[in-house]
Design a protein. Structure first.
Length: 213
C-alpha cells in the first residue's frame, strides 16, 4: 500500500471510530518504515482535525467524538514509544480541570480530547479542583496553559481564584489561563483577567494551539 493511502486510511478509520483498524494500520505503517511523526500528523491528527471541524459545524455529535478519540488513543498506544525514540515532543502542555465545587466533566473531557487531537499533552486534574491544585500542577508539569471549566454560576467565582493564585504563586506571566463552560462569557473572562474564553471544545483546542504559537 502506498504511504499516502495508508495514512488516509488511518484518518478515515479514526473518523469512523474503528479503533482496532486504526491500531492495526498504525503498526503496518511503522512496519513499512513510515516515520512515527508522519503517522501522527497525517494519519491520527488529520482524522481528529476533521472530527473537530464536523463537531463545530454540528455534523457529528458527542458520541462520534468519543469513539474517534478512543480510536486515536489506541493508535497512540502503538505510536508513543516510537515518537519518544524519535524525540518528537508534544506541541505544548495543558493542565485541565473543572473548578472547585463543580462535578461536571463532559465539557472538560471533550476539550481534553480535542486538545489531544491537536497534538497537545493534556494533564487532566478531574473535577472539583481547588485553585492551588491547578497552579501547582502547572508548575510541576511545566505547562504553558491552565484550562478551567465551570458549569454552574455559583462555581464561576473559582475561576477568579485561579487567576489570583497564579499571580500569588509567581507564574501568571508564564501561563495562559483559558476558561469555558455554560455560564461563562467573554465579559466574565475580561472581568477576572483570564486570557481566553471559547464557547465550545473545538474552538478551545484551536485557541490553545494559537496561544502556544
Amino acid at each position: 500500500m502506498l504511504i499516502l493511502d495508508i495514512l488516509q486510511e488511518i484518518s478515515t478509520y479514526l473518523q469512523q471510530g474503528r479503533a482496532k483498524n486504526v491500531k492495526t494500520l498504525v503498526q503496518e505503517a511503522l512496519d513499512a518504515g513510515i516515520a512515527a511523526d508522519k503517522i501522527l500528523q497525517e494519519g491520527l491528527l488529520h482524522g481528529m482535525d476533521i472530527i473537530g471541524v464536523k463537531f463545530k459545524n454540528n455534523e457529528v455529535y458527542v458520541p462520534e467524538v468519543l469513539v474517534a478519540a478512543r480510536a486515536m488513543n489506541m493508535g497512540m498506544e502503538i505510536l508513543k514509544p516510537h515518537l519518544a525514540e524519535a524525540g518528537v515532543k508534544a506541541k505544548g502542555k495543558v493542565v485541565i480541570g473543572t473548578v472547585a465545587g463543580d462535578q461536571h466533566d463532559i465539557g472538560k473531557n471533550l476539550v481534553k480530547m480535542m486538545m489531544e487531537g491537536k497534538g497537545l499533552e493534556v494533564i487532566d486534574l478531574g473535577v472539583d479542583v481547588p485553585a492551588e491544585t491547578f497552579v501547582q500542577a502547572a508548575i510541576d508539569n511545566n505547562a504553558e496553559i491552565i484550562a478551567c471549566s465551570a458549569l454552574l454560576t455559583t462555581t464561576m467565582v473559582s475561576i477568579k481564584s485561579i487567576v489570583e493564585k497564579a499571580k500569588e504563586m509567581g507564574i501568571r506571566d508564564k501561563v495562559k489561563i483559558m476558561i469555558g463552560g455554560a455560564p461563562v462569557t467573554q465579559d466574565f473572562c475580561n472581568e477576572v483577567g483570564a486570557d481566553c474564553y471559547r464557547p465550545d471544545a473545538a474552538s478551545a483546542a484551536e485557541a490553545a494551539v494559537e496561544l502556544l504559537g
